[in-house]
Design a protein around this ligand. Structure first.
Ligand SMILES: Cc1cc2nc3c(=O)[nH]c(=O)nc-3n(C[C@H](O)[C@H](O)[C@H](O)COP(=O)(O)OP(=O)(O)OC[C@H]3O[C@@H](n4cnc5c(N)ncnc54)[C@H](O)[C@@H]3O)c2cc1C
Ligand code: SF4
Ligand code: SF4
Ligand code: SF4
Length: 384
């Protein structure tokens, strides 16, 4: 779909991903990003300022999705050779291996800003290090598209990483530029940062001490085991704690897919065909092929779609132990490469509880509580 001279049509809230690219691109600053009561971004156009140039429609990844890249279709599974990198990464450290293989001047990724997630540009190794580990909340893209385009104008070689909707938006802005390696992260969606902040405020009050940092997927061994559904909290007094999913309300909310953005349940990018040069994700079920590896210990899948992506393979190989596998095998073993997430059916109950002033932890337990009848139905479905 191309831009029009009529009033621009941006997607309805249920489809808008909150990627904010329309706001970045508008030449008249006619788009204001609003935040709803659950912390989700949504653009509003001031029709008195809008000149109907259609740039926002052409940039929007939902109104104008870029073409899928189908030059190459290869899949690899493995882990970074550097164990410290694996420990500091969410999966197997593929992201770190790829950015050093591409020898980027600047890397676009997502870092923490307090307990919110923001897209930013890293140029030094310390800045780039902050992108490691998934922040399982929706990020504020914070003018990243315009800032990344500026890097290109300066002649820099960049990596642009993000959720598929963010990568698609940037691709709509700059086209298939040879100085950019597009990396999309397989994504099943996320809630807004508002609920993480709410949770951490309650935790702070309960523990009686100030929080410094929250980290998803803490790979600290507990009773000799690493769990991929975990988190670590660091307190300002220097102490820290590790949480497993059964010990933390936010992890329960996240892994039960409660209060995700609605667009994530309708995601048009949850497909085997991708819009990037390289897709990275967890290598689910890797142990079926390579028994000494697992997602818990840290394992990545790398899917290559373009010649540009293929060119960095020899350099990635120097940094990772990895094996070529059938592309369809990789797809079949990662649900988010096939279809969008099913949002939790009791999300509305969770919102109603929050609206009525019930505390976060209680609201999560109300939404995740299953009656005997629901458990029996679940049991029968699993058996079938
Ligand atoms: C919201 C979200 C949902 C995900 N869902 C799945 C899934 O369903 N299945 C699956 O296999 N993998 C999923 N992933 C990807 C997985 O968690 C790892 O991020 C990925 O495998 C890269 O790990 P790594 O070890 O190579 O790199 P790491 O070094 O851990 O790199 C993390 C990468 O993620 C980026 N990032 C971190 N937080 C965000 C964010 N909020 N938004 C955009 N980019 C971010 C960083 O910029 C960096 O590029 C998801 C990631 C996110 C952020
Ligand atoms: S049509 Fe042009 S001026 Fe109007 S909101 Fe979209 S980008 Fe801005
Ligand atoms: S560009 Fe992004 S924020 Fe703007 S309407 Fe489209 S999906 Fe929503
Ligand atoms: S699930 Fe789709 S719409 Fe939601 S953040 Fe991920 S890529 Fe964007």
């Amino acid at each position: 779909m191309k831009g029009s001279i009529s009033t621009p049509k941006l997607p309805e809230f249920q489809l808008c991903t909150g990627c904010r690219a329309c706001n970045d691109i508008c030449p008249k600053r006619a788009i204001v990003i609003k935040t709803d009561k659950y912390g989700f971004f949504y653009p509003e156009i001031d029709e008195n300022i809008c000149i109907k140039c259609g740039k926002c429609e052409m940039t929007c990844p939902i109104q104008s999705p870029p073409k899928f890249v189908n030059e190459i279709r290869e899949a690899y599974l493995g882990r970074n050779k550097n164990e410290d990198v694996v420990f500091q990464s969410s999966s197997g450290g593929a992201f770190s291996a790829i950015i050093s293989a591409w020898k980027a001047d600047s890397v676009c990724g997502v870092r923490w800003d307090g307990f919110k997630a923001v897209n930013d540009i890293g140029r030094t190794s310390d800045e780039i290090q902050k992108f490691s580990k998934s922040k399982y909340i929706l990020s504020n893209t914070n003018n990243i598209y315009i800032r990344a385009a500026e890097e290109l104008k300066l002649g820099k070689k960049i990596v642009f990483s993000g959720t598929p909707c963010q990568v698609a938006a940037f691709k709509n802005i700059i086209g298939d530029n040879n100085n950019v390696l597009f990396i999309d992260i397989v994504c099943h969606g996320a809630p807004s940062s508002l609920f993480l902040e709410m949770h951490l405020k309650e935790l702070e009050a309960k523990k009686g001490k100030k929080l410094k940092q929250w980290t998803f997927r803490d790979k600290t061994k507990i009773d000799g085991k690493i769990s991929s559904r975990s988190a670590r909290i660091d307190y300002l007094d220097g102490t820290w704690e590790h949480f497993e999913i059964n010990q933390d309300a936010f992890l329960q909310m996240y892994y039960n897919r409660i209060a995700y953005r609605e667009s994530c349940g309708n995601c048009i990018f949850a497909k085997p065909d991708r819009i990037s040069d390289i897709t990275i994700c967890d290598a689910h079920h890797i142990e079926e092929l390579y028994p000494d590896m697992s997602v818990e210990k840290g394992a990545s899948a790398i899917l290559i779609h373009s010649k540009k992506g293929e060119e960095v393979l020899p350099e990635i190989k120097k940094r990772m132990i990895f094996y070529k596998v059938d592309y369809d095998w990789a797809v079949e073993h990662n649900k988010q490469l096939i279809e969008p997430t099913s949002l939790h059916p009791k999300t509305n109950l969770f919102y109603q509880a929050i609206d009525s002033g019930i505390e976060f932890e209680k609201a999560v337990s109300m939404a995740t509580h299953r009656s005997l009848f629901e458990r029996a139905i679940g049991f029968i479905k699993r058996k079938i």
